[in-house]
Design a protein around this ligand. Structure first.
Ligand code: NAP
Length: 355
């Protein structure tokens, strides 16, 4: 059992879970999905994870080391009916969590590499659920705060978003934009497609979407450190800075990976979250604060990393761009503080390097 599995298993929120459920999760190999799966397994739920290859599936069976985890292979999300057969094999499943989506800015073609897999993939998943597993009662789609606001809005302390906030970028603009904007556009149109599907097709399930900010925090397994996803790499990259480097200026809203995993579970397990867009973040941050936290907590690095322009720890305390979103309250998560997230993220990397 991994260190994190043991921690999850000890927490009362998991032990108080009474009815065992069977959950199908797409993108099981992902940074966030692995934590969702660990938390579900710790509650005693059964999980079927979709992966793109048997090699990845087999290595996760080893990592999770739990008889309640199994996997199915779906290689291409955007192929119509992609999930029909694998879902038909699982009449026991009553919940679907759709996390799979390209999170990659190193691409050649925005439409082929990001927009189509994200949007068509979401439509395919929902169509297959309606066709093959009508017993599924709750579906959770992982969206993003970037589907609801522009980067400058997320960085503007005066911005206030709401339930109906959507990124203004159009599909056509997303096709020719930089990869980061194409990603945001893919999240907007994939989430919109999900809400539209429910409206038009009236399936048996209730939909909820989760809109995470930047996700930081330790990997579910140390094996994840070999191939960090985009946002986990943002924190790791701070360790590459040299004393005289400029500290890059960017930021947004952020959340601990373990909290956003819990948000996905609450998104299907709580009455209050049914049919809602669930914005999930703890705080606003600037990258400078990642550097500040590392310099403060890791004495060996204090004089190695650049000082930059340190930010007072409580600088963004009152900043909440989605203050009016009722569903944020419905989640009711007691978020892990930013400093703890960064410290545990970095500790895992440094411990691994020492091995
Ligand atoms: P991740 O570690 O890169 O995971 C992405 C998952 O999607 C992986 O399982 C990957 O499979 C799968 N995937 C990617 N492209 C695919 C494609 N074309 N066809 C089929 N599967 C594909 O990223 P993550 O952070 O966990 O992201 C999970 C979800 O959270 C995504 O929907 C993402 O947009 C959303 N999100 C993430 C953040 C964040 O800060 N990380 C913030 C907001 C929203 P392989 O392992 O086979 O590549």
């Amino acid at each position: 059992m991994s260190k994190l599995s043991r921690t999850y298993a000890k927490q009362s929120v998991y032990n108080s879970h009474i009815t065992t459920q069977s959950i199908f999760i797409s993108g099981a190999t992902g940074y966030i999905a692995q934590h969702i799966i660990l938390q579900l397994l710790a509650r005693g739920d059964k999980v079927v994870g979709q992966v793109r290859s048997a090699a990845k599936g087999d290595s996760f069976v080893k990592d999770f080391n739990n008889k309640n985890f199994s996997y199915e292979i779906v290689k291409v999300l955007e192929q119509e009916g992609a999930f029909d057969d694998v879902l038909a094999k699982h009449p026991e499943v009553t919940v679907f969590i759709h996390t799979a989506s390209p999170v990659n800015f190193d691409i050649e073609d925005n439409e082929r590499d990001i927009l189509i897999p994200a949007i068509k993939g979401t439509k395919n998943v929902l169509a297959s659920i309606k066709k093959s597993t009508p017993q599924i009662k709750r579906v959770v789609v992982t969206s993003s705060v970037v589907a609801a606001a522009t980067h400058s809005e997320l960085e503007d302390p005066k911005y206030v978003g709401g339930e109906d906030s959507w990124l203004p970028t159009t599909y056509e603009e997303g096709k020719s934009a930089d990869a980061q904007s194409a990603y945001a556009t893919s999240k907007k149109y994939a989430e919109l497609a999900a809400w539209e599907f429910v409206k038009e097709e009236k399936p048996n399930f209730i939909l909820s979407s989760v809109l995470p900010g930047y996700v930081f925090g330790p990997q579910a397994f140390e094996s994840g450190l070999e191939n960090l996803n985009l946002t986990a790499a943002v924190v790791a990259n701070a360790l590459q800075l040299k004393k005289d480097d400029e500290v890059p200026i960017f930021g947004g809203v952020s959340v601990d990976v373990r909290d956003i995993a819990l948000a996905h579970i609450y998104a299907f397990d709580k009455e209050e979250t049914a049919g809602k867009r669930l914005v999930g973040y703890n705080n606003r941050f600037l990258f400078q604060q990642v550097v500040d936290v590392i310099r403060k907590n890791f004495k060996d690095l204090t004089d190695v990393l650049p000082v930059g322009n340190p930010i007072a720890p409580d600088h963004f305390d009152t900043y909440n761009p989605f203050v009016d979103v009722e569903s944020r309250k419905a989640l009711g998560i007691d978020y892990i503080p930013f400093e703890k997230t960064i410290v545990e993220h970095i500790t895992q990397i440094l411990d691994h390097q020492k091995k």
